[in-house]
Ligand binder design. Structure first.
Ligand code: NAD
Ligand code: 89Y
Length: 342
């Protein structure tokens, strides 16, 4: 089979992981683009890419890729996804959109042109969560989920723009956690959320605690903090506990998957360190490889998008409901029409 032609838009901090993962998978990035041409030229040099561009429209018209990998920040997503519609597979980084209207427009644009749209939602592709999801067949119907992402890692060093985001915790990692909750337990009907602003050096609310009511009647407790002082620091691990009718599973610090059953030893769920990776980011980097392998499967017709843009509208709806709940101090219903398919 010939190697699919991939074009990447946005040559910033996180896109380096995309590029390394495409290389590890033997996939060919034929062109890269950044509105800052020096960055695009730098990527082309570092990753031996034939062409670099400053303008995404020109790149797409000249290169006719089969996959467009959009690795820019959220404000550019709608225009770039609408531009890319018509390419067989379009991948957009998270946060997918700032509003449900933008997200719906992106899904509609891709549907109209026959493109498959995925959101680069890699937390569900992390090894601990792949294992946890598989193990859930052992515990019956899930009734309670706890997810906890709490650390003090200096995320602002690589991603300085995060220091200016008003609802930082909810829109940067909260949406990953809400996607995990939907992946593990199913649709969310309503949410109650409290936010905190803890780090005096950042502008936004950098911690939250949310209680999710699932359509099934299950309940999730989801929390995130970017200002937790502990040594060793847990970044970027998400701790989890799932209780089902027939048993309990837990992901604990140090990437251990525990089956709370007599005589069962913990399973090592630590992601491999990619040859190009670095600790502690391997927890995320390995999932980029897993997610992008899935994108290749989608292009080849071997898999359905996980998650699709349409599914991610529902995750955005939960995130926006959590922001509203925190601002009004009440439980907020997640409109099921806006919540999209599972
Ligand atoms: P960044 O600012 O370092 O890089 C973004 C790049 O996109 C910049 O170089 C910018 O010039 C370029 N760009 C913006 N608009 C463009 C346009 N219209 N055309 C061409 N280039 C354009 O940002 P980053 O830290 O790499 O983050 C990118 C996205 O990745 C963010 O949305 C962030 O939330 C996400 N991210 C995801 C994960 C994850 O685990 N999934 C981790 C980190 C970051
Ligand atoms: O942007 C965030 C993400 O998606 O994963 C971790 C991160 O890089 C910093 O919080």
């Amino acid at each position: 089979m010939t190697r699919p032609r991939i074009a990447l838009i946005g040559c910033g901090f996180f896109a380096r992981n995309h590029m390394q993962a495409w290389a590890e998978l033997g996939a060919e990035v034929i062109a890269v683009c950044d509105r800052d041409l020096d960055k695009a030229d730098g990527f082309a040099r570092d990753f031996s890419v034939a062409r670099s561009y400053q303008d995404a429209a020109t790149m797409l018209a000249e290169q006719r890729p089969e996959i467009v990998d959009i690795a820019t920040t959220v404000t550019s997503h709608r225009a770039l996804v609408e531009l890319a519609a018509g390419v067989p597979v379009v991948v957009c980084q998270k946060p997918f959109a700032e509003t449900l209207a933008d997200a719906a427009a992106m899904v509609a644009a891709c549907d109209a042109k026959g493109s498959m749209l995925l959101v680069h939602e890699n937390f569900r592709w992390q090894k601990p969560f792949r294992l946890l999801k598989a193990a859930m067949t052992e515990i019956g119907v899930p009734r309670f989920l706890r997810l906890s992402f709490r650390h003090g890692h200096d995320i602002y060093f690589n991603q300085p723009y995060l220091a200016e985001v008003a609802d930082l915790a909810l829109t940067d990692v909260g949406l990953h956690l809400f996607d995990l909750a939907r992946f593990l337990v199913g649709d969310v009907a309503n949410v109650h959320c409290r936010t905190q602003r803890l780090n005096p050096h950042v502008a936004g609310r950098d911690a939250f605690v949310a209680s999710l009511g699932h359509a099934s009647g299950a309940v999730s407790s989801v929390e995130c903090s970017f200002f937790t002082q502990r040594d060793p620091d847990l970044f970027p691990q998400t701790l989890a506990l799932v209780e089902g009718d027939g048993g309990t599973l837990e992901l604990t610090a140090g990437y251990r998957l525990i089956r709370h059953r007599a005589g069962t030893a913990p399973e090592n769920a630590e992601p491999d360190l990619p040859v190009w990776g670095a600790r502690p980011w391997h927890g995320i980097q390995e999932s980029v490889v897993a997610f992008q392998a899935h994108v290749l499967d989608v292009l080849a017709g071997r898999a359905e998008p996980q998650p699709s843009g349409a599914h991610n509208i529902g995750t955005l709806a939960v995130t926006l409901a959590a922001i509203r709940s925190a601002s009004i101090g009440q439980v907020v219903a997640v409109d099921q029409q806006e919540a999209g398919p599972r």
